[in-house]
Design a protein around this ligand. Structure first.
Ligand SMILES: [Zn+2]
Length: 198
């Protein structure tokens, strides 16, 4: 079907989003055309600003608009416990639960030899540096409950063990193969509570 170029470009952009098929992309593009000018401008600005103003915290790797991030800067939090997660969205899921008062470390991925992703390709070296500089007593390994997440937790646990820092793995109230970010708050809270030593 023929669309004027600005519309086909907009449709293409929507198609790049996860879960948006060609039909939905067309529907969204035409929806945007019918939106008020101001709303479209706000929408466009939010997209650009989110990308431009957000960076990764140089300490923990979480997304932030200030470096170090607000969590790293918060002195009321317990810096002796670090919860290690795969994705910034996992930090947000944990924070919603409001039960964890330690710090975080975001790996931005998991070890996956099949895909050629090793420890150096994710945020592991920075974690090891933090353990040298900060008085950390426990690492809670909250990587996803799938093969890659388990492998990553085991790797970090073995790496850290000689230093005497305790490592624990969140319990499996979480669905195996699922992502941490999709767990509801009660499940996540139980998983954290029932963590076991590695
Ligand atoms: Zn941070």
């Amino acid at each position: 079907m023929y669309y004027p170029e600005p519309i086909s470009k907009l449709i293409d952009s929507f198609t790049k989003l996860p879960g948006i098929g060609p039909k939905t992309a067309v529907r969204l593009a035409f929806f945007v055309l019918n939106m008020k000018d101001d709303d479209v401008m706000d929408f466009a600005k939010s997209l650009v600003n989110a990308k431009r103003e957000l960076t990764h915290c140089s300490n923990c790797g979480h997304i932030t608009d200030q470096d170090p991030c607000a969590i790293c800067q918060d002195t009321s939090r317990d810096s002796s416990v670090i919860c290690v997660v795969q994705d910034p969205k996992d930090v947000i899921a944990m924070e919603k639960m409001k039960e964890f008062n330690g710090k975080y470390h975001v790996l931005h991925g998991a070890i996956s030899p099949m895909d050629g992703i090793g420890p150096e390709d994710i945020n592991v070296p920075d974690l090891i540096n933090r353990l040298k500089d900060e008085a950390v007593e426990e690492l809670i390994l909250a990587t996803n409950p799938n093969i890659e997440g388990e492998a990553t937790a085991m790797y970090i646990s073995r790496l850290v063990k000689p230093s005497g820092i305790k490592t624990s793995r969140i319990a499996h109230g979480l669905p195996v193969g699922g992502d941490l970010e999709y767990a509801d708050e009660v499940t996540l809270s139980k998983a954290l509570e029932g963590r076991r030593d590695l």
